[in-house]
Design a protein around this ligand. Structure first.
Ligand SMILES: *[C@@H]1O[C@H](CO)[C@@H](O)[C@H](O)[C@H]1NC(C)=O
Ligand SMILES: *[C@@H]1O[C@H](CO)[C@@H](O)[C@H](O)[C@H]1NC(C)=O
Ligand SMILES: *[C@@H]1O[C@H](CO)[C@@H](O)[C@H](O)[C@H]1NC(C)=O
Ligand SMILES: *[C@@H]1O[C@H](CO)[C@@H](O)[C@H](O)[C@H]1NC(C)=O
Ligand SMILES: *[C@@H]1O[C@H](CO)[C@@H](O)[C@H](O)[C@H]1NC(C)=O
Length: 828
């Protein structure tokens, strides 16, 4: 007998233990994890036992019993079968979603696993073996199933003393210990990783009993044998009937997509949505965390609004003024304007590559910026919201300039570290005041600066506080503010608002128009948010119809959490105090941070993937978008992890979504000449319609609230439901049967193709290229790109689809390993 297995396969452990117990020696052949060993199986299954030439067993549990039975050691006890079935369904389902994350280096959540461990622990009591104090296949198979947990952490069964005692005892027995050594080659958990990551996911949906395909059985019987288990009792007859009705008749009343004609302006008859993404700072290349937090999130939401037929304007651009640009210019030996031009091009290119579809991508260094910023300033001045104060600052007399914090270095006044920066000490981490540095040095000429005082203008935030508070009360209750945005804002206000300086002694900025401050510029936090209206003004001279129209426009602003106070407190105060009625933020959407593998993105250390790298990897933009949105740091920080990227790419995109769409289309192409068939909906199909409708409704209501990451889960749910429907109805069997059965196959496939059409629309905000490809393969008209919240049938009988092709390719582990090394930063 010969065992075919990939290296480190934990299921082969079952077989090796059984062979040891039986005293049988097996010939082992190591094959690649993707190898197809059994010629008549299309998918690869490992391990496989070749019992005789061309006779195969390919269920590890069955093989275990078979081997034990050859020496009369397999127990007939029915409880053994029950445990083995439990192992292969319930336990493996929980493990198959847990182990790949654990071994892939992600944050594995063991919650779903705990009840299973607890069940086994209780059942064992203090017994030595699982069934009747006798070693059986149940012990062998459960031991092997749980071994990867133990290999990863010896203390994993700590809370389950019976389980722990049972496991430890077996592990010490030679047949078990020796087999573990064979599988892991003495290398512990690391030897299991590749195999675990390569194994297909066990479907965790409720599985229906197999459908009978006996000839002559009426379709009615089939219905009865399957419907209940699939979507058990979730939907009332009413819901099912309504879903069917909507599906069949909805197309007639469905609206057509609204054309996008520039310049877009608010309309009385539409929901007018104004969307901004935090303006990326121009002096650097954005990393993945910047991209997902701002431009990409805003892009998903604006694409969603467009397929909802809302009247959307999405504005973005680069923030170009300020000290950081001057610093960068000095570093690169260019003028600030040259730096801006250079990096503007880079940003523009990166966002185009990511398919960020804003209506206008502008910049802040324009005459419109000067005009609008100065108008707001004069408004604040006229309304007496500005104060004058003296500020002590370091000035380098040699360079003849006041030194911004980042232009000063010196000795930390707190810990005496001699290379502290002007705003913070890298050694003790404390924030410091540049004027408190001992032995300060000008970073440009290395000479000693002096303390000078200079007059500056301050925005009197305390005077605007009550107006701000009533605006916030209304906006945060009526709008969708993320909870971090609300928390950060209220903590700012709780700590007390202080006047904030709005001027700087710099050259590179919007000039202050008031004497005697005309040699100064506006401070960047005052200036930058004015970029939103000024970029709009570069798009259309009617920009005020968006920005001074709070009654007809809903403003959504996207940003990372560090930007919240400027958008929720400072910018609204500027607008509230300037004497005009501005459109103020209605929905403030802030993300947490995305980290890279185990650390922070760092440009200087070269850690992480930056915008321009993503393109260089050769991985398509849609795949990047999908993964970044799948792990979007929505309510907590998240981690970009290469292994997890590969796993999600291959499991969710390839095996779930891509597989479903390709299966239906290929089947229609092969068996029905690509023609959508007459739809004779049976109860089971209507149940599916109801389930799909429910997922769609959840998707719509989540995206309306900008819950981008969660909504994506429901897209994937639909293809999972579709895959399950195909699995249960088995059209490939039906199509070979009677004419009724063949027609049934036509219904099932045509329904799946219609679901693919719905998926193409739901995917549009996340993966626009893929959405387009699916629609090309469906030969669907552009009219399908509207989401009303109802699932309606768009592809009528007789519709001819296009050419089906696989949507996604597999990402190989080797490619991911190579990319991880490339972006891991410099080694010391
Ligand atoms: C920095 O120094 C100024 C002037 O001495 C003072 O008003 C301010 O509170 C200090 N800031 C911090 C963060 O210590
Ligand atoms: C659909 O997605 C939600 C959210 O991820 C999940 O809680 C639910 O169990 C899923 N349903 C199915 C049928 O997969
Ligand atoms: C799509 O829906 C149409 C409309 O009923 C239906 O006739 C056709 O068979 C369906 N095709 C699919 C793919 O369901
Ligand atoms: C696409 O669909 C249209 C309308 O149903 C049909 O006229 C056309 O022949 C189809 N195209 C292909 C390539 O089958
Ligand atoms: C993900 O899959 C796509 C196709 O689905 C493939 O082109 C790409 O290389 C894969 N990327 C990664 C990182 O695995």
């Amino acid at each position: 007998m010969k065992l075919f297995t990939d290296k480190g396969n934990q299921h082969s452990l079952k077989i090796l233990v059984a062979a040891e117990l039986a005293g049988i020696s097996l010939e082992i052949e190591h094959v690649d994890s993707a190898a197809i060993v059994v010629p008549f199986l299309k998918r690869n299954v490992l391990p496989v036992l070749e019992v005789e030439t061309n006779e195969y067993l390919f269920s590890a549990n069955a093989i275990t019993r078979y081997i034990l039975a050859t020496v009369g050691k397999d127990s007939e006890d029915i409880t053994v079968s029950t445990w083995l079935e439990w192992e292969s369904t319930d336990l493996q389902a929980a493990l198959s979603s847990y182990l790949p994350v654990l071994y892939g280096g992600g944050k594995a959540d063991s919650q779903k696993l705990q009840p299973h461990l607890s069940k086994l622990d209780n059942s064992l009591g203090g017994a030595q073996f699982i069934v009747q104090d006798q070693l059986s296949a149940a012990d062998v198979c459960l031991f092997a199933a749980l071994y990867p947990l133990y290999a990863n952490s010896k203390s994993c069964f700590e809370n389950f003393s019976n389980l722990n005692a049972w496991f430890t005892k077996l592990h010490a027995e030679p047949p078990f210990g020796a087999s573990v050594a064979k599988v892991t080659e003495g290398k512990g958990s690391s030897s299991l990783k590749a195999s675990i990551l390569a194994q297909p996911l066990v479907n965790t949906l409720p599985v229906a009993r197999s459908v009978s395909n006996e000839k002559g059985k009426s379709s009615k019987d089939k219905e009865n044998s399957t419907t209940e288990e699939v979507v058990a009792k979730e939907f009332s007859l009413e819901e099912v009937r309504a879903a069917k009705e909507t599906f069949l008749t909805g197309k007639k009343v469905a609206p057509k997509p609204v054309q996008r004609n520039h310049p877009l302006l608010p309309r009385k008859d539409a929901k007018n949505v104004l969307i901004t993404s935090a303006l990326p700072y121009v002096n650097n290349i954005p990393h993945l965390g910047n991209i997902v937090g701002c431009v990409l999130s805003a892009d998903v939401f604006s694409r969603f609004c467009r397929i909802r037929n809302y009247n959307v304007l999405y504005i973005c651009g680069t923030d170009e003024y300020g000290t950081a640009t001057e610093t960068k210019a000095l570093e690169e030996g260019l003028t600030p304007q040259q730096i801006c031009d250079k990096y503007f091009k880079l940003h523009d290119h990166v966002y185009r590559w990511f398919n960020i579809d804003c209506d206008h991508f502008g910049r802040t260094t324009t005459p419109q910026q000067t005009k609008i910023a100065q108008d707001i300033f004069w408004g604040l001045h006229k309304e007496k919201h500005l104060l004058e104060q003296k500020v002590e600052q370091l000035k380098c007399e040699d360079c003849d300039r006041f030194l911004a914090d980042r232009f000063v270095e010196g000795t930390c006044p707190l810990c005496n570290y001699d290379d502290a920066r002007g705003d913070q000490c890298d050694k003790c981490g404390k924030l410091i005041n540049a004027t408190d540095l001992k032995n300060p040095r000008c970073k440009i000429c290395n000479r000693t600066p002096v303390v000078k005082s200079s007059d500056h203008l301050f925005l009197d935030l305390p005077r605007l506080e009550s107006r701000l508070q009533s605006f916030l009360d209304k906006s945060t209750t009526e709008g969708d503010w993320t909870s971090n945005a609300k928390m950060i804002t209220s903590s700012w206000i709780r700590d007390g608002l202080k006047p904030r300086c709005i001027t700087r002694d710099l050259k590179w900025g919007t000039p202050v128009p008031l004497e005697p401050y005309t040699d100064k510029v506006f401070y960047v936090w005052f200036d930058a948010p004015i970029g939103y209206p000024s970029i709009t003004a570069n798009y259309t001279p009617d920009w005020e119809k968006w920005w001074k129209n709070p009654d007809e426009v809903q403003l959504y602003q996207f940003m990372a959490k560090d930007n919240v106070p400027f958008h929720s407190v400072v910018f609204p105060c500027s607008l509230l105090g300037c004497g005009e009625k501005w459109t103020l933020v209605n929905h403030l959407i802030a993300t947490e941070y995305l980290n890279y593998e185990d650390s922070k993105f760092s440009k200087s250390r070269g850690v992480g993937v930056f915008g321009n790298h993503a393109e260089q990897t050769g991985i398509p933009a849609d795949i990047w978008r999908f993964y970044l949105l799948f792990i979007r740091p929505e309510s907590q920080d998240s981690y970009f992890n290469w292994d997890d990227f590969v796993l999600k790419n291959n499991s969710e995109l390839l095996n779930n979504l891509g597989n479903f769409i390709n299966r239906g289309l290929m089947f229609l192409e092969k068996n029905f000449g690509g023609l959508v068939q007459e739809l004779k909906l049976e109860q089971l199909d209507c149940q599916l319609l109801a389930a799909v409708s429910q997922e769609l409704k959840q998707y719509v209501s989540l995206l309306e609230k900008v819950r981008i990451k969660e909504a994506l889960r429901h897209v994937l749910n639909i293809s999972r439901l579709g895959n399950q429907h195909i699995q249960v109805t088995q059209p490939w069997v039906l199509v070979k049967g009677s004419p009724e059965e063949k027609s049934r196959a036509g219904t099932v496939t045509s329904l799946c193709v219609n679901i693919s059409c719905l998926l193409s629309v739901m995917l549009h905000p996340y993966m626009p290229d893929t959405s387009k490809t699916i629609q090309e393969q469906l030969n669907a008209s552009a009219d399908v790109n509207v989401l009303t919240g109802d699932f309606v049938c768009y592809l009528e009988p007789g519709h001819k689809i296009g050419t089906p092709k696989p949507l996604f390719a597999k990402i190989e582990q080797a490619q991911a390993d190579q990319l991880r090394n490339q972006y891991a930063g410099k080694n010391d």
